[in-house]
Design a protein around this ligand. Sequence first.
Ligand code: ATP
Length: 234
Amino acid sequence: MLKLENIHAGYGPTTILQNVSLEVKEGEIVTIVGANGAGKTTTLRTIAGLIKPRQGSISFCGEDITRLRGDQVVDRGITLIPEGRQLFGDMTVRENLLIGAFRAAARPNHERRLDEVLSIFPRVRERLDQAAASLSGGEQQMVAIARGMMAQPKILMFDEPSLGLAPIVVSQVFDIVRQIAGTGTTVLIVEQNVYTTLKVADRGYVLENGQIVLEGQSEALLNDDHIRQAYLGI
Ligand code: ATP
């Protein structure tokens, strides 16, 4: 469904991603794990059309999307839930969610879509008229995910959804990820929380210094010596 081939990308003169190739198949939950600064966010921003790769290609559902703008990528059905939620704090939860429905395909039936999305997030439904900034960190993450769902994406990309959340809230967020995947949406998650993410994902890639150093089924990665020593502290 989504395929990156030999991607090189960076900022200004600095190259961050080197020769990154990865694939996400329809219906899968795939994760990219790695330490701070490994290039995980850069990878998602490149897929999302926010950074133009210097070399390599990205295809989605058979179409070359390497040179598309961010809004065109969203229109193809790729939605990024950014790190740190990035909600509009002064606006209500409802207003934040409706912003997510700007994708052309999602616009005509946005009220029905809102209802469908809220069925996954009962706590968000109770807070629709509150300012987004008044919610707890976990609730704000739920709103950010719900906003991403409003676009009716084919693939939802999560950038460190567990960041700054208490362990119990992290497990709620990953339960939601599982539920979303259960509705047929493909998922790509970038995380530092290696153990929890590999427990949820089907497959994973390990990114170090802008390069994929390891890939495999989650189960195999959880048992891999390098992963256990470098990321799980075992
Ligand atoms: P984190 O978990 O800390 O977000 P990450 O794996 O997502 O890490 P990136 O955010 O992709 O890593 O950053 C990779 C490298 O790119 C880092 O060295 C970072 O300093 C650099 N970088 C990120 N954004 C910019 C920018 N706008 N301009 C220049 N360098 C940047």
